[in-house]
Design a binder for this molecule. Sequence first.
Ligand SMILES: CC(C)(COP(=O)(O)OP(=O)(O)OC[C@H]1O[C@@H](n2cnc3c(N)ncnc32)[C@H](O)[C@@H]1OP(=O)(O)O)[C@@H](O)C(=O)NCCC(=O)NCCS
Length: 211
Amino acid sequence: MSPTDVELVAAANSTPLGSLLENCQTGLSPTISSTLYNLQTLPSETLDWALDLVKRNLYEQYAAAKDTGWSSKDKLAEMTEENALYVVATEQRPGGPAEKVGFLYFQFTMEDSCDDEGDPESSDQESEDRQAPVIYCYELQLETGYQRRGFGTYFMDMLEELGSKYRMRKSMLTVFKSNTAAIAFYQKRGLDRWNITEQPSTAEACRAGLV
Ligand SMILES: CC(C)(COP(=O)(O)OP(=O)(O)OC[C@H]1O[C@@H](n2cnc3c(N)ncnc32)[C@H](O)[C@@H]1OP(=O)(O)O)[C@@H](O)C(=O)NCCC(=O)NCCS
């Protein structure tokens, strides 16, 4: 009997960290490496850096969005949800300390479809039935000096490879409508099924057909 959608998500979430990336393309460059963490292994100073990087990159967009605003407390709560998984890239410079490049924060989860399936007037039960197993990109953030050098592409390739490996049906993410640079990046990748969320300042995008 094939597993249900919920069982697929549960299986992905219970995969030991050490084998989650097995057989995935994880090579970056001789000096840049990436490490996978869950909340039990993520160093607290790395979480502090990640939260600070989100703030440095997107504070103005959060502040301008009347429906969200910036709250470090709320963002930290979102970044420490139970099944959070992080990939953190660092660069080892000769003779110097390792420098953080950026990170991807994702979860395997059940989510409403991000496309035209279903009727907006449908009941809660029908909408629950429409949920699909997805790999959800909660954050993709690069230090300024590492942007536009292919690292975002690297992280998104890894996300979609993992989604496919664990039989998630879609990859999904939320982006500020004002974040035209990120939207250009996601559109270049072919994530073009945009969905207007309940919050007016953001939109969801997805790529269907990972499996
Ligand atoms: C958005 C972000 C993740 C993209 O990652 P990246 O490593 O800079 O992007 P890549 O180098 O892989 O870009 C791949 C392609 O996407 C498009 N793209 C990327 N950044 C772009 C930008 N600022 N403007 C227009 N197109 C862009 C380009 O077509 C690019 O190809 P090219 O460089 O050959 O022209 C990264 O710039 C970032 O961290 N930005 C700040 C935080 C942020 O907005 N995160 C997204 C939150 S949803």
